[in-house]
Design a protein around this ligand. Sequence first.
Ligand code: NAD
Length: 240
Amino acid sequence: MPALENRTALITGGASGIGRAIAEAYLHEGAQVVIADLDVSATVPGAAAHVALDVSDPASVQDAVATTTGLLGRIDILVNSAGILTEAPLAEMEPRVWSETIAVDLTGVFLCCRYVVPGMIERRWGRIINIASQLGIKGGRSLTHYAAAKAGVIGLTKSLALEVAEHNVLVNAIAPGPVETPMVAGITEEWKSAKRAELPLGRFGRPEEVAPTAVLLATDPGGNLYVGQTLGPNSGDVMP
Ligand code: NAD
């Protein structure tokens, strides 16, 4: 039997990169998937629907959650993959860049959890998978805003996991090393080649290499092993 048969999933940022690879893996494992993204032009074949979403806007998140619940009946699995990244040294950073990054990469995760968790508690089943980053653990030059947001996602994950585990709602994060997606396309080649040298595989990860961890964390019983953990594929760290 496919691992996620009869499960429903809402995937933010599912139109591209890591979120898209997770959506494809979930569909392969039998889940019904709604893709929620700022970009509604890129479609994932087999998805139940594509919903317009700005994760930084509370009203937009509430709308997307209501639409998804209306379509699928419930949300069993929430994957928070929507995110943005720009390089900016702190001494030159426009405060607006800081605020936007925190709004999307951290507050966006809070808002999606905020409006999905009550239904999960009510049904006593839920899995939340937040896409953090190794930069949230190790930091990154010219990425204080992004690293701070991702460190926040890890803190949010651990704390929410403590709050809701008793309701059989399990919350975990994945903190990948660099992954070849449109997000990193704009980063300087100098940064990328320095990063490659640190990586255990000597190359950036691929989105489909992150997806199996997101499948494991969504399954029952596989996901039951993990509560409030941050798993780090291709990071150079030993998995916790
Ligand atoms: P990506 O740019 O390919 O995908 C990000 C998606 O998020 C896009 O479809 C974009 O439209 C969407 N998005 C952006 N802002 C949004 C908003 N306000 N509301 C809704 N959707 C929005 O990037 P990716 O590399 O697949 O990144 C996915 C997640 O993985 C991000 O949270 C990112 O920070 C994280 N991550 C990426 C890497 C990497 O090296 N690529 C490494 C670690 C973590």
